[in-house]
Every structure is written in C-alpha cells, then in structure tokens.
Design a protein around this ligand. Structure first.
Ligand code: SF4
Length: 320
C-alpha cells in the first residue's frame, strides 16, 4: 500500500519535478505535481492546527489477485475472488471525500489492474477529473497490455511494487515476476505516464532494495520516486524491525548523492518517527467500512452514514 510520509525535503521535490517533466506527458506531470503539492500542504497545515483531518482516501477496489506473494496480507481464497468494489460505494466515498476537500485517492487491491477491473477503473478516473488517482499494481497487466484505455486520461499515476532485482523479487513475488515488473516500468515510461515504485523491506531483500545500484536501476527506468516501507507481519520473526529500517533511512539521508531517485518512506509514522502525521489517511474497505491506519476496526460504513459523521467519530476517539 502506497502511503508515503510527508518528510520530503525541497531538493527531493525538485528532483521529482525534473523527472516527471522529463518523462511524463505534460498534462500528467502538471496534474500530478498539483495534487501532490496540495496534499503535502494540506497535511502540513493540519499537523500544525492539531485537528485531525485526512488528506488521502485509500480505496480497496478488489481482493482478487493473480499472484501469490510471500506474506501477502490478503488470504488466498479472497485473492481468487474476482469481485470488485460496488460502484455505488465507490462513487459515494469519492464524492463525499471531494466535498470535504480530499482530492487524492490511492486505489489498492488485491490487484487493481486486471481485465475485470479496467471498465470501473476507467469510468471512475474519467468521471472525476477534479481529483487524482494513484493506481497500485504488481505490473503484470501493464507488462502485457500497457495502460490500455488509461493512456489518454491524465489525472492518474501508477505505483508499481518492486522488491529488489530478479533474485529477491522473484523469490518473494514468484518466478518471472521481475521480468514483468521491469517491462511494466518500460511501458509506463514509453507511454509517458507519471509513475513511481513501492518496495517492501524484509530481512532477505533490505540490502538490495536500499542499495545505490538498485536506485540507479530505477533511475534508468524513469521512476519519479521510490516509496519504501517495512514488512509488517503478525509473526515477529518475519517482521522487519523498525530500528533497522530507521537506520537505513538515516544512512540514505546522509548519502543522498548516491541515490538519484528520491526515497520516500511510508508507514513508519505508525511506529517511530512523526507521531503527528500518523493517520493522515482513511481507508475505504470493499464493503464500504471506513478504517484508519493503526486502529484496525471500522468507524462507520459509507452505505449507512455520511463521511463527515464518520470523521467526527474518529476525531472523538481518545486513541487518536
Ligand atoms: S501482488 Fe499484492 S495483492 Fe497480489 S499476491 Fe502479491 S502482495 Fe498480494
């Protein structure tokens, strides 16, 4: 899931701006830059005002997925279910978010790019031109078909999961998946879309994922930024330790010159760093339930309540 922290310095912003202008269609570049800056300013404002307010709505579009990655948090039987989110719930969570000033939506799965998903995805992005959609994907669909009918919509960008070079990536995500992911990055660059990658750090891929070599490889693909998060698991043996993650991030911060693609960390706000930014997003589940980051239970359902009501309940939760 691609929710990345706001701790981006000016130099990283400039580097991302240069890459996006060089690689993407100018319409895609301008819209992405506008909405991401808006998100950044909005979250900063709310942190200062101390009133909780989300600036991103993460929407679960489907649990279905063609892959079987190690440690995927979606149970296998759900991944085989091709059901997609109800279009009424989807439209409602988008409209009500826009009404309260949230213009940024991250669409997650399962796998968001698939034959069964494309009609709803395209209709949603086209009918909501006044906001921005980030599509999270494993890259398999794009490797085969490119972005298809999404080529000529501009209020969109793509977050592709990549967990290392071939050896590490295929070990985690299945044989042949690195080739597809790599191909997907080429196709995104060739179709002039704005795109970035998301990497999950585990004990067996951390050195690669955060190496200058891997970062240079991403540069050669035209990636705007590399989002990283640590692997979370109920099993403490498998979970990537937050101290180790933080150490890596400090190292990178001190060696920025070796990393041409800015590295943006996600999820860490829930553990260690910026407590003040921790719940700047809401999650809309496939059934319409609204949840937030660390507190896993739902606060309300979009089919029964309005979003402002649900947000009020979140604000009144003493744990926030
Ligand atoms: S691509 Fe994502 S949703 Fe699919 S199995 Fe891998 S981790 Fe799970």
């Amino acid at each position: 899931m691609a929710t990345h922290s706001h701790h981006t310095n000016l130099r990283d912003f400039v580097r991302m701006g240069v890459t996006i202008v060089k690689t993407a269609d100018i319409r895609d570049a301008v819209l992405n830059a506008f909405y991401f800056t808006h998100h950044h300013l909005r979250s900063t404002r709310f942190i200062k005002s101390q009133v909780w307010y989300p600036s991103v709505n993460i929407i679960e579009m489907t649990y279905g997925c063609n892959r079987n990655c190690l440690g995927c948090y979606i149970p296998l039987e759900q991944r085989h279910d091709k059901k997609v989110i109800d279009s009424t719930i989807l439209e409602r969570t988008i409209t009500e978010s826009k009404n309260i000033g949230i213009p940024l939506f991250v669409l997650v799965g399962g796998e968001v790019m698939s034959e069964q998903m494309m009609p709803l995805l395209e209709a949603t992005v086209r009918s909501n031109k006044d906001c921005m959609f980030v599509v999270c994907t494993n890259g398999d669909y794009i490797a085969k078909q490119g972005v298809g009918t999404l080529a000529n919509v501009h209020n969109i960008s793509f977050s592709v999961s990549i967990d290392g070079f071939q050896e590490e990536h295929d070990f985690i995500r299945g044989h042949g998946s690195f080739e597809n992911t790599s191909m997907a990055l080429d196709r995104l660059r060739d179709s002039h879309k704005a795109f970035f990658v998301s990497s999950t750090m585990r004990n067996n891929n951390d050195a690669t994922v955060l190496s200058p070599e891997f970062n240079h490889f991403l540069k050669s693909k035209g990636v705007v930024y590399q989002g990283v998060q640590r692997f979370r698991s109920p099993n403490p043996e498998e979970e990537y330790p937050s101290e180790k993650f933080l150490n890596y991030l400090c190292h990178i911060a001190n060696h920025r010159c070796s990393y041409p693609v800015p590295i943006i960390h996600g999820h860490i706000s829930e553990d260690l760093l910026s407590q003040d930014t921790q719940f700047s997003y809401i999650i809309t589940s496939m059934n319409g339930d609204i949840r937030i980051g660390k507190v896993k239970e739902e606060y309300g359902n979009m089919a029964e309540e309005s979003l402002p009501n649900i947000i009020e309940k979140i604000r009144n939760d003493h744990r926030i």
